[in-house]
Design a protein around this ligand. Structure first.
Ligand code: FAD
Length: 380
């Protein structure tokens, strides 16, 4: 059975690791990504706030060596889901089982004025460049803002506002600065009222202005104002933005999308094309766009592929559960354990910020790098 996995992000790495663990050299798996390395989403914030460097957070795919799995660094140019055939710069690949794990692309140019007058911190380049921008910033009005929904890692803008506030305080610039956060939801973490309450309390305590149910439509770099969707304007000196998200072009052109994302069966992650699965941010499965959910979906698809290989009827179904860590600053991290079951309201449990969860978060990252890349690593 030939398995082709497109995208070596959170979902693709976990899926192919599990296939190798279960099937070893019996597996015939090709893993394709354009990049030479993997970077955790949260490492972007670590680089941006000067805790570590870009080089230290890049995990090279040449270290991803697994029995039965071949990594190919190339650009995916075309996907034919009906034929399970993929065109790439390294030639064509045909699959018995195809898994699309190409994530969400970011489009800063879709927000007028963002490229010219602001900074986005969701791409690697953007976050790494924002490190120097922050280091050279000598205080003023900072706006952290979201430009559209859905967006990856819903807690990340809240974390960024808290970390900016702390960063300015450490440099003696907080008193002459203002920090505002613009988010499209009414509360920071809608599935967890306790997490939202803790974040809103932290914003109030640190003097961060919360603008909920609001979205950034454009920046006017000449007048130095952020224009919101309802026309309200916020003056800024430094804008840190979450850009528009969309599926990669090659997925949009494949005919797999409905309303911009790839629909899947929420229990099995199957697309409407036989033996074609999609996992992670590229889907509209109903969980937030976050690595932990991509990882959980990868486990279910790995199980299905192994069951098929062994002609075993039983495979696990997806439970929609994920644990997210939220940075509060002051070396404290909180934890939300949340479950999204199709057709039911999400349920969540919140654990208050503590230094112990900072260690948990570090351990979460360390164990992934150990399993995927076979080496020891500390996030910072
Ligand atoms: C600032 C920030 C903080 C975050 N913090 C967290 C966190 O604390 N916890 C958490 O769980 N999640 C977090 N996330 C979200 C997390 O990074 C993503 O949700 C997760 O990586 C999605 O996994 P994925 O496998 O679906 O896609 P990705 O990990 O994005 O992988 C997709 C892969 O596809 C490749 N690709 C795309 N198009 C092509 C093509 N045409 N040809 C070849 N290769 C291609 C890309 O190079 C990429 O490697 C954060 C994100 C950001 C931006």
């Amino acid at each position: 059975m030939r398995v082709v996995v497109l995208g070596a992000g959170f979902g693709g790495l976990e899926l192919t690791t599990r296939l190798s663990e279960e099937l070893g050299a019996e597996a015939d798996v090709v893993l394709i990504d354009r990049s030479d390395s993997f970077v955790f989403g949260f490492s972007k914030l670590d680089v941006m706030f000067g805790r570590t460097t870009g080089d230290a957070v890049a995990h090279l795919y040449r270290d991803f060596v697994k029995p039965g799995v071949r990594f190919v660094q190339t650009e995916v140019r075309g996907i034919d889901p009906a034929a399970r055939k993929v065109e790439t710069d390294a030639g064509a690949f045909e699959a018995d089982v195809l898994v699309v794990a190409l994530g969400a692309d970011l489009d800063p140019a879709a927000t007028p004025g963002l490229v010219e007058g602001g900074h986005e911190f969701y791409t690697e380049e953007g976050a790494f460049a924002a490190r120097d921008v922050l280091a050279n910033f000598d205080g003023g009005r900072v706006v952290v803002g979201v430009t559209s929904t859905p967006f990856k890692c819903p807690p990340a803008p809240s974390e960024t506002a808290l970390l900016v506030s702390e960063y300015l305080e450490e440099r003696g610039l907080r008193e002459q600065s203002e920090v505002a956060l613009v988010m499209p939801m009414g509360v920071p973490i809608p599935p967890s009222p306790d997490a939202s309450a803790a974040l809103l309390a932290a914003f109030a305590e640190r003097g961060i202005a919360w603008h909920g149910d609001a979205q950034v439509r454009a920046l006017d770099p000449n007048r130095k104002v952020v224009v919101m969707a309802d026309g309200e304007e916020l003056p800024y000196d430094l804008f840190l933005g979450v850009p528009v998200h969309r599926v990669p072009d090659v997925v949009a052109e494949s005919g797999m999308c409905v309303d911009g994302w790839v629909p899947v069966d929420p229990l099995t992650l199957e697309t409407r094309f036989p033996d074609v699965y999609a996992i992670g941010d590229v889907t509209s499965v109903g969980t937030p766009k976050a690595g932990v959910f991509a990882e959980g979906q990868a486990a279910v698809v790995a199980d299905a592929i192994v069951a098929r290989h062994r002609a075993d009827a039983d495979a696990a179904t997806y439970g929609g559960r994920g644990i997210c860590y939220i940075e509060f600053g002051g070396d404290e991290v909180a934890r939300v354990d949340v479950t999204f079951l199709s057709g039911q309201p999400p349920t969540g449990r919140f654990d208050q910020p503590s230094v112990a969860y900072t260690a948990d978060k570090g351990e979460f990252a360390t164990t992934r790098i150990r399993r995927w890349f076979g080496r020891e690593w500390k996030s910072y």
